[in-house]
Design a protein around this ligand. Structure first.
Ligand code: NAD
Length: 335
Protein backbone atom coordinates (compact mmCIF):
# COMPACT_ATOMS: atom_id res chain seq x y z
CA UNK A 1 0.00 0.00 0.00
CA UNK A 2 1.31 3.43 -0.93
CA UNK A 3 -0.07 6.12 1.34
CA UNK A 4 0.20 9.82 0.66
CA UNK A 5 -0.10 11.71 3.94
CA UNK A 6 -0.42 15.49 3.68
CA UNK A 7 0.49 17.68 6.65
CA UNK A 8 2.51 14.84 8.15
CA UNK A 9 4.92 17.22 9.88
CA UNK A 10 2.15 18.69 12.04
CA UNK A 11 0.80 17.48 15.36
CA UNK A 12 -1.65 14.75 14.35
CA UNK A 13 -0.05 13.99 10.97
CA UNK A 14 3.34 13.18 12.52
CA UNK A 15 1.74 10.98 15.17
CA UNK A 16 -0.16 9.22 12.36
CA UNK A 17 2.95 8.62 10.21
CA UNK A 18 4.77 7.11 13.20
CA UNK A 19 1.72 5.03 14.19
CA UNK A 20 1.29 3.63 10.66
CA UNK A 21 4.98 2.82 10.10
CA UNK A 22 5.08 1.01 13.45
CA UNK A 23 1.96 -0.98 12.67
CA UNK A 24 2.51 -1.55 8.93
CA UNK A 25 6.28 -1.38 8.29
CA UNK A 26 5.71 -2.61 4.71
CA UNK A 27 3.47 0.29 3.74
CA UNK A 28 5.14 3.06 1.80
CA UNK A 29 4.39 6.47 3.27
CA UNK A 30 5.02 9.75 1.46
CA UNK A 31 4.67 12.76 3.70
CA UNK A 32 3.86 15.96 1.79
CA UNK A 33 4.13 19.09 3.86
CA UNK A 34 5.00 22.69 3.05
CA UNK A 35 6.37 23.21 6.59
CA UNK A 36 4.44 26.25 7.75
CA UNK A 37 5.15 27.53 11.28
CA UNK A 38 3.24 24.43 12.50
CA UNK A 39 5.22 21.86 10.51
CA UNK A 40 8.24 20.39 12.25
CA UNK A 41 10.34 17.55 10.85
CA UNK A 42 11.84 17.00 14.29
CA UNK A 43 8.54 15.28 15.17
CA UNK A 44 9.51 12.55 12.71
CA UNK A 45 13.06 11.83 13.83
CA UNK A 46 12.15 8.28 14.88
CA UNK A 47 11.08 7.36 11.34
CA UNK A 48 13.26 9.58 9.16
CA UNK A 49 15.56 6.68 8.20
CA UNK A 50 12.78 4.15 7.77
CA UNK A 51 13.20 2.61 4.29
CA UNK A 52 9.49 3.05 3.49
CA UNK A 53 9.20 6.67 4.60
CA UNK A 54 9.87 9.68 2.41
CA UNK A 55 9.30 13.38 2.77
CA UNK A 56 8.44 15.89 0.04
CA UNK A 57 8.33 19.59 0.83
CA UNK A 58 5.40 20.86 -1.20
CA UNK A 59 2.28 23.00 -0.99
CA UNK A 60 -0.97 21.11 -1.55
CA UNK A 61 -2.24 24.16 -3.46
CA UNK A 62 0.53 23.67 -6.07
CA UNK A 63 -1.29 21.56 -8.65
CA UNK A 64 1.79 20.93 -10.83
CA UNK A 65 3.84 19.46 -7.99
CA UNK A 66 0.86 17.54 -6.61
CA UNK A 67 0.10 16.05 -10.03
CA UNK A 68 3.73 14.88 -10.37
CA UNK A 69 3.55 13.22 -6.98
CA UNK A 70 0.43 11.30 -7.89
CA UNK A 71 2.08 10.13 -11.13
CA UNK A 72 4.33 7.93 -9.00
CA UNK A 73 1.24 5.90 -8.01
CA UNK A 74 -0.75 6.50 -4.84
CA UNK A 75 -3.28 4.09 -3.33
CA UNK A 76 -4.63 6.13 -0.44
CA UNK A 77 -4.59 9.83 0.48
CA UNK A 78 -5.00 10.99 4.06
CA UNK A 79 -5.39 14.75 4.09
CA UNK A 80 -4.24 16.38 7.33
CA UNK A 81 -2.67 19.47 5.73
CA UNK A 82 -4.46 22.55 7.00
CA UNK A 83 -4.20 25.84 8.70
CA UNK A 84 -5.55 24.67 12.03
CA UNK A 85 -5.59 27.42 14.64
CA UNK A 86 -8.89 29.26 15.23
CA UNK A 87 -7.22 32.39 16.65
CA UNK A 88 -5.01 32.73 13.59
CA UNK A 89 -8.07 32.36 11.33
CA UNK A 90 -9.62 35.38 13.02
CA UNK A 91 -6.51 37.44 12.26
CA UNK A 92 -5.99 36.19 8.67
CA UNK A 93 -8.80 34.09 7.12
CA UNK A 94 -7.36 34.16 3.55
CA UNK A 95 -4.69 31.51 4.02
CA UNK A 96 -7.29 29.23 5.65
CA UNK A 97 -9.48 29.33 2.55
CA UNK A 98 -6.46 28.80 0.33
CA UNK A 99 -5.09 25.73 2.09
CA UNK A 100 -8.21 24.18 3.58
CA UNK A 101 -10.54 24.68 0.61
CA UNK A 102 -8.41 25.17 -2.51
CA UNK A 103 -5.70 22.78 -1.34
CA UNK A 104 -8.31 20.09 -0.74
CA UNK A 105 -9.70 20.64 -4.25
CA UNK A 106 -6.23 20.27 -5.81
CA UNK A 107 -5.75 16.96 -3.98
CA UNK A 108 -9.22 15.78 -4.99
CA UNK A 109 -8.53 16.53 -8.66
CA UNK A 110 -5.31 14.52 -8.53
CA UNK A 111 -7.01 11.68 -6.62
CA UNK A 112 -9.74 11.56 -9.27
CA UNK A 113 -7.32 11.75 -12.21
CA UNK A 114 -5.09 8.97 -10.88
CA UNK A 115 -8.00 6.89 -9.53
CA UNK A 116 -6.84 6.49 -5.94
CA UNK A 117 -8.55 3.73 -3.95
CA UNK A 118 -9.40 5.96 -0.99
CA UNK A 119 -9.33 9.63 -0.05
CA UNK A 120 -9.68 10.32 3.68
CA UNK A 121 -10.39 13.90 4.69
CA UNK A 122 -9.38 14.55 8.30
CA UNK A 123 -11.86 17.09 9.58
CA UNK A 124 -13.12 18.50 12.83
CA UNK A 125 -16.24 18.57 15.01
CA UNK A 126 -15.99 22.37 14.80
CA UNK A 127 -17.80 22.25 11.42
CA UNK A 128 -21.00 21.46 13.37
CA UNK A 129 -20.85 24.74 15.32
CA UNK A 130 -21.64 24.95 19.01
CA UNK A 131 -23.84 22.82 21.28
CA UNK A 132 -26.08 23.91 24.13
CA UNK A 133 -25.87 22.22 27.50
CA UNK A 134 -27.21 18.91 26.18
CA UNK A 135 -26.97 16.79 23.05
CA UNK A 136 -24.05 15.54 20.96
CA UNK A 137 -22.87 16.01 17.38
CA UNK A 138 -23.81 13.10 15.13
CA UNK A 139 -22.86 12.68 11.48
CA UNK A 140 -26.33 14.07 10.61
CA UNK A 141 -25.91 17.31 12.57
CA UNK A 142 -26.18 20.22 10.09
CA UNK A 143 -22.97 22.11 9.39
CA UNK A 144 -22.93 25.51 11.13
CA UNK A 145 -19.29 26.60 11.42
CA UNK A 146 -18.70 29.77 13.42
CA UNK A 147 -15.02 30.62 12.83
CA UNK A 148 -13.16 31.20 9.57
CA UNK A 149 -11.16 28.05 10.47
CA UNK A 150 -14.21 25.81 10.84
CA UNK A 151 -15.91 27.41 7.82
CA UNK A 152 -12.87 26.62 5.67
CA UNK A 153 -12.79 23.02 6.97
CA UNK A 154 -16.53 22.70 6.19
CA UNK A 155 -15.83 24.03 2.69
CA UNK A 156 -13.16 21.37 2.18
CA UNK A 157 -15.50 18.67 3.52
CA UNK A 158 -18.28 19.69 1.13
CA UNK A 159 -15.92 19.45 -1.83
CA UNK A 160 -14.87 15.97 -0.70
CA UNK A 161 -18.52 14.97 -0.46
CA UNK A 162 -19.23 16.47 -3.90
CA UNK A 163 -16.36 14.54 -5.55
CA UNK A 164 -17.97 11.36 -4.26
CA UNK A 165 -21.46 12.30 -5.42
CA UNK A 166 -20.39 13.73 -8.79
CA UNK A 167 -17.38 11.63 -9.75
CA UNK A 168 -17.77 8.54 -7.57
CA UNK A 169 -14.45 9.20 -5.81
CA UNK A 170 -14.06 6.71 -2.94
CA UNK A 171 -13.93 9.05 0.04
CA UNK A 172 -14.43 9.21 3.77
CA UNK A 173 -14.58 12.21 6.06
CA UNK A 174 -13.60 11.90 9.71
CA UNK A 175 -14.67 14.58 12.19
CA UNK A 176 -12.74 14.49 15.40
CA UNK A 177 -12.93 16.35 18.68
CA UNK A 178 -9.95 18.16 20.26
CA UNK A 179 -6.77 16.08 20.26
CA UNK A 180 -4.02 16.16 22.85
CA UNK A 181 -0.70 14.36 23.23
CA UNK A 182 2.95 14.56 22.12
CA UNK A 183 4.10 17.07 19.46
CA UNK A 184 1.14 19.40 19.98
CA UNK A 185 2.19 22.85 18.83
CA UNK A 186 2.54 25.11 21.88
CA UNK A 187 -0.10 27.63 20.79
CA UNK A 188 -2.89 25.16 21.63
CA UNK A 189 -4.49 25.05 25.07
CA UNK A 190 -2.80 22.07 26.76
CA UNK A 191 0.86 22.58 25.66
CA UNK A 192 0.55 26.35 26.06
CA UNK A 193 -0.60 25.97 29.66
CA UNK A 194 2.09 23.38 30.45
CA UNK A 195 4.83 25.58 29.00
CA UNK A 196 3.61 28.70 30.82
CA UNK A 197 3.15 26.89 34.13
CA UNK A 198 6.66 25.44 33.95
CA UNK A 199 8.03 28.95 33.36
CA UNK A 200 5.83 30.38 36.18
CA UNK A 201 4.17 32.62 33.58
CA UNK A 202 0.51 33.59 33.63
CA UNK A 203 -1.95 31.11 32.10
CA UNK A 204 -4.31 33.08 29.81
CA UNK A 205 -7.84 31.62 29.91
CA UNK A 206 -10.51 32.91 27.53
CA UNK A 207 -13.74 34.39 28.97
CA UNK A 208 -15.11 32.55 32.00
CA UNK A 209 -13.12 29.39 31.23
CA UNK A 210 -16.32 27.35 31.03
CA UNK A 211 -16.18 26.50 27.33
CA UNK A 212 -16.34 22.73 26.96
CA UNK A 213 -14.21 20.61 24.64
CA UNK A 214 -14.33 16.85 24.14
CA UNK A 215 -10.73 15.59 24.41
CA UNK A 216 -9.19 12.63 22.60
CA UNK A 217 -5.65 11.27 22.93
CA UNK A 218 -3.95 11.66 19.55
CA UNK A 219 -3.05 7.96 19.25
CA UNK A 220 -6.73 7.07 19.53
CA UNK A 221 -7.44 9.46 16.66
CA UNK A 222 -4.71 7.71 14.63
CA UNK A 223 -6.26 4.29 15.29
CA UNK A 224 -9.63 5.64 14.13
CA UNK A 225 -8.16 6.92 10.86
CA UNK A 226 -6.35 3.61 10.38
CA UNK A 227 -9.73 1.81 10.63
CA UNK A 228 -11.38 4.24 8.23
CA UNK A 229 -8.55 3.79 5.70
CA UNK A 230 -9.03 0.02 5.76
CA UNK A 231 -12.72 -0.44 6.49
CA UNK A 232 -14.51 2.87 5.89
CA UNK A 233 -17.57 2.51 3.66
CA UNK A 234 -17.14 4.80 0.66
CA UNK A 235 -18.96 8.10 0.94
CA UNK A 236 -19.45 7.84 4.71
CA UNK A 237 -18.63 10.35 7.43
CA UNK A 238 -17.34 9.11 10.80
CA UNK A 239 -17.30 11.16 13.99
CA UNK A 240 -14.34 10.47 16.29
CA UNK A 241 -14.40 11.33 20.00
CA UNK A 242 -13.60 9.84 23.36
CA UNK A 243 -16.51 11.16 25.48
CA UNK A 244 -14.17 13.25 27.59
CA UNK A 245 -15.90 16.58 27.95
CA UNK A 246 -14.03 19.04 30.14
CA UNK A 247 -14.26 22.80 30.66
CA UNK A 248 -11.13 24.72 29.75
CA UNK A 249 -10.67 25.77 33.35
CA UNK A 250 -10.81 22.11 34.50
CA UNK A 251 -7.99 21.34 32.08
CA UNK A 252 -5.91 24.27 33.29
CA UNK A 253 -6.41 23.36 36.96
CA UNK A 254 -5.49 19.72 36.26
CA UNK A 255 -2.23 20.84 34.65
CA UNK A 256 -1.38 23.18 37.53
CA UNK A 257 -2.09 20.43 40.06
CA UNK A 258 0.05 17.89 38.20
CA UNK A 259 2.93 20.35 37.99
CA UNK A 260 2.57 21.53 41.59
CA UNK A 261 1.94 25.13 40.51
CA UNK A 262 -0.47 27.63 42.12
CA UNK A 263 -3.87 28.55 40.67
CA UNK A 264 -2.88 32.20 41.13
CA UNK A 265 -1.10 31.84 37.76
CA UNK A 266 -4.50 31.73 36.02
CA UNK A 267 -5.40 34.95 34.25
CA UNK A 268 -8.81 35.37 32.60
CA UNK A 269 -8.52 37.30 29.32
CA UNK A 270 -11.06 38.77 26.92
CA UNK A 271 -13.03 36.00 25.22
CA UNK A 272 -12.29 34.86 21.67
CA UNK A 273 -14.87 36.37 19.25
CA UNK A 274 -17.47 33.76 18.18
CA UNK A 275 -16.10 31.34 20.78
CA UNK A 276 -18.06 28.06 20.54
CA UNK A 277 -19.45 27.14 23.95
CA UNK A 278 -19.53 23.38 23.84
CA UNK A 279 -18.45 20.49 21.62
CA UNK A 280 -19.47 16.90 22.29
CA UNK A 281 -19.12 13.98 19.92
CA UNK A 282 -21.33 10.95 19.40
CA UNK A 283 -18.91 8.34 17.98
CA UNK A 284 -21.44 5.46 17.98
CA UNK A 285 -21.20 4.91 14.22
CA UNK A 286 -17.42 4.42 14.34
CA UNK A 287 -17.57 2.13 17.38
CA UNK A 288 -20.49 -0.03 16.22
CA UNK A 289 -19.85 -0.17 12.46
CA UNK A 290 -16.03 -0.23 12.39
CA UNK A 291 -15.30 -1.54 15.90
CA UNK A 292 -13.20 1.42 17.08
CA UNK A 293 -12.37 1.72 20.78
CA UNK A 294 -10.19 4.44 22.28
CA UNK A 295 -7.45 3.06 24.55
CA UNK A 296 -6.63 6.08 26.67
CA UNK A 297 -8.84 7.55 29.33
CA UNK A 298 -8.40 11.25 29.94
CA UNK A 299 -6.95 11.04 33.44
CA UNK A 300 -4.02 8.83 32.39
CA UNK A 301 -3.69 10.46 28.96
CA UNK A 302 -3.28 13.95 30.36
CA UNK A 303 -0.65 12.72 32.85
CA UNK A 304 1.30 10.97 30.09
CA UNK A 305 1.09 14.14 28.02
CA UNK A 306 2.35 16.35 30.83
CA UNK A 307 5.22 13.90 31.38
CA UNK A 308 6.04 14.03 27.66
CA UNK A 309 6.28 17.84 27.74
CA UNK A 310 8.46 17.63 30.86
CA UNK A 311 10.79 15.14 29.16
CA UNK A 312 10.90 16.96 25.83
CA UNK A 313 11.44 20.56 26.87
CA UNK A 314 14.06 21.09 24.16
CA UNK A 315 11.43 20.34 21.51
CA UNK A 316 8.96 23.02 22.54
CA UNK A 317 11.55 25.52 23.78
CA UNK A 318 13.09 25.61 20.31
CA UNK A 319 9.65 26.41 18.89
CA UNK A 320 8.92 29.08 21.47
CA UNK A 321 12.05 31.04 20.59
CA UNK A 322 11.03 31.36 16.92
CA UNK A 323 8.24 32.99 14.95
CA UNK A 324 5.58 31.70 17.32
CA UNK A 325 6.83 34.02 20.03
CA UNK A 326 6.06 37.04 17.83
CA UNK A 327 2.50 35.83 17.26
CA UNK A 328 1.99 35.05 20.94
CA UNK A 329 3.05 38.55 21.98
CA UNK A 330 0.62 40.09 19.50
CA UNK A 331 -2.23 37.79 20.52
CA UNK A 332 -2.01 38.43 24.25
CA UNK A 333 -0.42 41.90 24.30
CA UNK A 334 -2.21 44.37 26.52
CA UNK A 335 -4.71 41.86 27.91
P1 NAD B 1 -1.11 21.30 12.64
O1 NAD B 1 -1.34 22.76 12.44
O2 NAD B 1 -0.30 20.85 13.79
O3 NAD B 1 -0.43 20.69 11.33
C1 NAD B 1 -0.82 21.06 10.03
C2 NAD B 1 0.30 20.63 9.09
O4 NAD B 1 -0.13 20.96 7.75
C3 NAD B 1 1.62 21.35 9.32
O5 NAD B 1 2.68 20.43 9.30
C4 NAD B 1 1.72 22.32 8.16
O6 NAD B 1 3.06 22.60 7.76
C5 NAD B 1 0.97 21.57 7.07
N1 NAD B 1 0.42 22.47 6.05
C6 NAD B 1 -0.26 23.63 6.25
N2 NAD B 1 -0.57 24.18 5.06
C7 NAD B 1 -0.08 23.36 4.09
C8 NAD B 1 -0.11 23.39 2.69
N3 NAD B 1 -0.68 24.40 2.00
N4 NAD B 1 0.50 22.39 1.99
C9 NAD B 1 1.11 21.37 2.67
N5 NAD B 1 1.15 21.28 4.01
C10 NAD B 1 0.56 22.27 4.71
O7 NAD B 1 -2.56 20.65 12.66
P2 NAD B 1 -3.08 19.37 13.46
O8 NAD B 1 -3.55 19.78 14.78
O9 NAD B 1 -2.09 18.28 13.32
O10 NAD B 1 -4.36 19.01 12.59
C11 NAD B 1 -4.26 18.16 11.45
C12 NAD B 1 -5.63 18.04 10.81
O11 NAD B 1 -6.56 17.52 11.73
C13 NAD B 1 -6.18 19.38 10.32
O12 NAD B 1 -6.80 19.17 9.08
C14 NAD B 1 -7.19 19.76 11.39
O13 NAD B 1 -8.23 20.52 10.83
C15 NAD B 1 -7.68 18.39 11.83
N6 NAD B 1 -8.14 18.31 13.23
C16 NAD B 1 -7.35 18.74 14.26
C17 NAD B 1 -7.80 18.60 15.57
C18 NAD B 1 -6.93 19.01 16.76
O14 NAD B 1 -7.39 18.93 17.90
N7 NAD B 1 -5.68 19.40 16.56
C19 NAD B 1 -9.05 18.07 15.83
C20 NAD B 1 -9.84 17.64 14.75
C21 NAD B 1 -9.36 17.77 13.47
Amino acid sequence: MKLLVTGGAGFIGSNFVIYMLNKYPNYQIINVDVLTYAGNLENLQVVQDHPNYSFVKADIVDEVVIDKLFQTGVDVVVNFAAESHVDRSIIDPGIFVKTNVQGTQVLLDAAKKYKVKKFVQVSTDEVYGSLGETGLFTEETPLAPNSPYSASKAGGDLLVRAYHETFGLPINITRCSNNYGPYHFPEKLIPLMIANALADKELPVYGDGLNIRDWLYVEDHCSAIDLVVHKGVNGEIYNVGGSNERTNIQIVKTILKELGKPESLIRYVEDRPGHDRRYGIDATKLTTELGWQPKHNFETGIRETIRWYLNNQEWWKRILTGAYQEYYNKQYAGR
